[in-house]
Design a protein around this ligand. Structure first.
Ligand SMILES: Nc1ncnc2c1ncn2[C@@H]1O[C@H](COP(=O)(O)OP(=O)(O)OP(=O)(O)O)[C@@H](O)[C@H]1O
Length: 600
């Protein structure tokens, strides 16, 4: 998907907004750069005027042989030299401040993107189009907004210099100024055409770029190394990577070649126009219509004007191209955010617990709903088991039960209030969750548990309690620096964990919040050893309610209710004994799992 190209008014709005971003990133630097830009812009015309005075002064001194005229000519030389020296110093200073602005603006824009990303809903994060917008915005966060601002300053500088050149040229002949502008037009139009083409070209191939970085990661990351080495598909990955690179490179080369040919032809045309102007100036000087000093100044002005026009055009073309990328950045900023910072912290019926009322949810682009009119009630202090084949909707149910997705139809309520109306932080306090898949944070063991309370500073007693309930006490005690051990081999003194150990930390994270009265656990013991699993399953509820998803049906035997999902629908519901007595899918699955043990 190629992001749309903005119209003029919208583009001007984006340019203004980018300048606003720059202003808020650093007012001091913006003012300094603006002041220096004006200063640097006006000096070239002054230098050229001084060069005219030098030349005319020399001719006068040669004619009069007077020491006063000689001194005056030398004074003009010194003034011209001083002007050029100041111009050089001011340009350096400008570059220095611009480098600092680049860093500050890059940081400000990246922070905005990260803040936005953190505020999106799960459904938005999972949307491929949103992902692509973010990828593009992040990729160009440090370069494009700065380039745009830099080019706007550049354009202002070139425009001012051109205006001062025009003022001097107009004193002699307005036609010369028109010649300067006309000479720059062909290159301008050519580049303008290519700005849009290049943007569509580079953004249109984002999917291939993502594919390329994914292939790179398969060859370089530790996670993929075991299978890659064992199954031996490293060479095939490299072949695919090479093929992709060459096809992208071939497209690049074709675009650059076309740009180079057209730019050269237009460049020759521009030079021919300027050369015509120069021939005319020389001609009228020989005819005695202007002085030698005026000739030197006019040729200089023509050259300066030519350089200004092409720089102005280049800056303008660059602005147009940058605006296309910046438009994407602002489109990302405009993505709707759901504000869950306000909302209720309690429901009207504190005894009601969690309810699904005919809840349906479909993933975008999927015909069949992942959950189809599912209802159940989880009263306080009860256990609900959920069973179903792969893809039957269990994990989707967890995302709905935690308010991460909103149902397409139906309602999910906690204590009688729709989850949409709960404050996110209050929901997070009430629900202890272990997701599938859970995250293995390559941070410290402490952070892995404290993430369960938003990574807030957590007291030792709470951490110890969570570690005990997550069956992670022993493993933490064995870590070289206990809770402060960095859990990654990629850091000095880092330490990696086994699959089951990571799962224990995820469990501790889910249990950290002791206010949580509802635990939602998606395959919480899948990676644990049988002893740990048995210990966990026999644990008393202590007044909490639990939703437990497990493929091992023996774990669900003691649940008050069990729901059997099939292709998103609730096809059976009841206690273990009821479902066995019904002789439906649950009974078949239970028998098939129990049989091998019986035979043994
Ligand atoms: N992000 C997604 N985008 C589109 N479809 C999805 C997404 N996640 C899941 N699905 C689809 O929704 C359906 C239900 O998936 P879900 O993950 O809820 O199943 P599950 O019962 O948890 O499966 P498993 O036992 O394999 O974990 C499946 O058909 C799956 O392909």
């Amino acid at each position: 998907m190629t992001p749309p190209v903005p119209g003029f008014a919208e583009a001007a709005g984006h340019a203004w907004r980018t300048l606003g971003l720059t202003w808020s990133a650093s007012r001091g630097l913006t003012i300094l750069i603006a002041a220096l830009t004006v200063f640097v812009a006006l000096l070239p015309a002054l230098a050229l005027y001084l060069s005219k005075l030098v030349m005319d002064g020399v001719v006068t001194a040669m004619d009069s042989a007077s020491p006063a005229d000689r001194d005056l000519a030398q004074l003009w030389v010194a003034a011209e030299a001083a002007t050029l020296a100041v111009l050089l110093a001011a340009r350096r200073l400008l570059t220095f401040y611009k480098t600092r602005l680049h860093a500050e603006l890059g940081f400000a824009v990246t922070s905005l993107i990260l803040r936005k990303s953190a505020a999106l809903s799960l459904a938005q994060v999972e949307d491929a189009a949103v992902q692509q917008q973010f990828l593009l915005a992040r990729q160009y966060a440090a370069s494009r907004p700065y380039n745009l601002v830099n080019r706007l300053f550049d354009a202002a500088q070139q425009g001012l210099t051109l205006a001062s050149v025009a003022a001097l040229l107009a004193g002699f002949s307005p036609w010369l100024f028109l010649l300067v502008v006309a000479g720059g037009l062909p290159l301008f139009i050519g580049n303008l055409h290519f700005a849009g083409t290049a943007y569509r070209f580079y953004t249109g191939r984002s999917p291939q770029m993502r594919e390329r970085s994914y292939l790179e990661s398969l060859v370089t990351t530790e996670a993929a190394a075991r299978e890659r080495l064992h199954f031996g598909f490293g060479d095939e990955l490299l072949r695919r990577y090479g093929e992709l690179f060459h096809s992208l490179h071939a497209d690049d080369s074709a675009l650059h070649a076309r740009q180079a040919w057209i730019a050269s032809a237009l460049g020759v045309l521009s030079s021919a126009v300027f050369l015509g102007g120069k021939v005319w100036i020389v001609w009228v000087t020989i005819g005695g219509a202007i002085s030698l000093g005026q000739m030197v100044m006019l040729v200089g002005l023509l050259k300066q004007g030519q350089a200004n026009v092409s720089s102005l055009m280049a800056a303008f073309n660059g602005v147009v191209e940058d605006l296309l990328y910046v438009a994407n950045l602002f489109a990302v900023m405009e993505l709707p955010e759901e504000d869950r910072s306000s909302g209720a912290t309690a429901g009207p019926d504190p005894e009601d617990g969690l309810r699904f009322d005919k809840v349906s949810y479909s993933y975008p682009g999927r015909k069949r709903p992942a959950l189809d009119a599912v209802s159940f009630h989880l009263p306080h202090g009860s256990r609900l088991g959920i069973v179903g084949a792969n893809g039957s909707g269990k994990t989707t149910l967890v995302k709905l039960a935690t308010g991460l997705y909103a149902p397409d139809s139906g309602r999910v309520t906690l204590d009688g209030l729709d989850l949409r109306d709960w404050q996110r932080a209050a929901l997070s306090r009430r629900l202890g969750v272990m997701f599938q898949p859970y995250m293995n944070y390559k941070l410290t063991a402490r952070d892995n548990i404290a993430a369960g309370r938003g990574l807030a500073e957590t007291d030792a007693a709470s951490l110890a309690r969570a570690a005990r309930l997550g069956l992670a006490e022993e493993l933490i005690a064995e870590l070289p620096s206990g809770l402060d051990t960095r859990l990654s081999r990629h850091f000095l003194d880092g330490h990696d964990l086994s699959g089951g150990q990571w799962q224990r930390l995820a469990m501790a994270r889910a249990y950290l919040n002791d206010e949580a009265d509802i635990l939602i656990l998606d395959e919480p013991t899948a990676a644990m050893d049988p002893a740990a699993e048995a210990e966990f399953m026999q644990r008393p509820l202590d007044g909490k309610s639990v939703i437990l998803i497990s493929h091992r049906l023996s774990n669900l035997r003691h649940a008050d209710q069990i729901i059997v999902l099939d292709k998103g629908k609730r096809i059976e519901m009841g206690s273990h004994d009821t479902l066995i007595a019904q002789g439906g899918l649950y009974a078949d699955l239970f028998e098939s799992q129990a049989d091998p043990y019986r035979e043994g």
